[in-house]
Design a protein around this ligand. Sequence first.
Ligand code: 5AD
Ligand code: SF4
Length: 441
Amino acid sequence: MKKVYLETFGCQMNVSDSERVATSLAANGFEITPNEDSADVVLINTCSVREKAEHKLYTRVGQVRNSRRVKPVIGVMGCVAQLEGETLFDKISGIDLVIGTKAVGRVADAIGKVFDGDREVSDLGERERDYDWSVADAQRHSPYVAFVPIIEGCNKFCTYCIVPFSRGREVSLPASTIIRNVLELRRQGVKEIHLIGQNVNSYRPQSDSGMELFRGSTPFSRLLRAVAATGIERIKFNTSFPRDFHPDIIDAINEHENLCNWVHLPVQSGSDRVLRRMKRGHTIDSYFKKIDRLKDSARDVALTTDIIVGFPGETLADFEETKRAVEYCGFDSAYIFKYSPRPGTPAYEMQDDVSLGEKKLRFLELEQVQKRTQRQRLQRYIGKNVQVLAEKTSTRNAGDITGHSTCHKLVNFRGSNDLIGNLIDVRIREIKANSLFGEVC
Ligand code: 5AD
Ligand code: SF4
């Protein structure tokens, strides 16, 4: 039996793609191995959102090629594969296989061709009509948490972003397929699902099959109510697009306990001038209004975000506005990125006039502002009880269990292994830099 080692970079959609690839390979007679050294095939699932992520591929292929006497079959999947296509064979020596983002259902066929003697096999074709979106129990990244794609691709074309090119246009899965998947996951003992997509709240399926009985102001809020009705314990969703973030999403969260109290809403910048150049489709005031509404909600809804510093033309005054926005919003956490020019995007044609040194300074300064506001913001959890899904023993301390709260905080607490897989009420005692610490109530 040929052994396949799968390595994944990037977002949850890549993790989810890898899980489905592993599922289909296992069904086609391959063994999925956690051990790279004995693998016959090494598949690298790539990310191209920032240049750094892309460099990792170059480094990794070199390492795999040089670490063994007999080179394994090396395959590249994901966004870099889709964007670079067959040119990868010339750019990086040792690659045998290139699989685009929509061809993940045919990886077994492509590997078979390489073993039959074909060289430089590529598949950048479209997704099959009857593509199977389900993941076998054994191939999930966690026995208790599952990613459920609801929409793929992106139509927004923010000027800095490569995703619309690497993942194509938005295509929403039928609600009936999503609900069937969720019910099956629940039957398998999964406690928490993440409805995933580049912009989940732009969900717009071709028919309302599967959500006929559920009301809502947008297809996404109807889907949320339909998924809530499956009775699965916890439902999280990300990423949300600010312009399409309808207040009815908050109403749905307030109506259904199993819709988790966490929203990831990337603001990207606090300056209207920069937001316009990014073509984000929202102003900072319209963003503030949405989060004011979120913060007024009956449930305490955690808010997280993404921010880019050093976008072309970002002045110090623009940057000050981003700092002000971070202070105003009080994010529970924020991912901050230095702008990275991506060939093929509209922003690539703009002058990348903020120096790398200045980007670093802005990054560190904004990080300080976020850390300070975050520390203050998280104080609200001290002495409070949060429900935590006990996921595994802590890597730092064998006596601790680690998991996530409904508000998607990483929470550690003292406890024994038999708690794993259960929902535990934990009283928060301490706020750490990137996690909370508590004790079982
Ligand atoms: N440079 C830096 N950050 C980027 N992101 C997307 N494209 C770029 C880029 N070219 C960030 C955005 C997005 C997150 C997933 O990655 O903040 O929300
Ligand atoms: Fe990229 Fe903008 Fe689409 Fe998000 S919404 S994937 S940032 S183009």
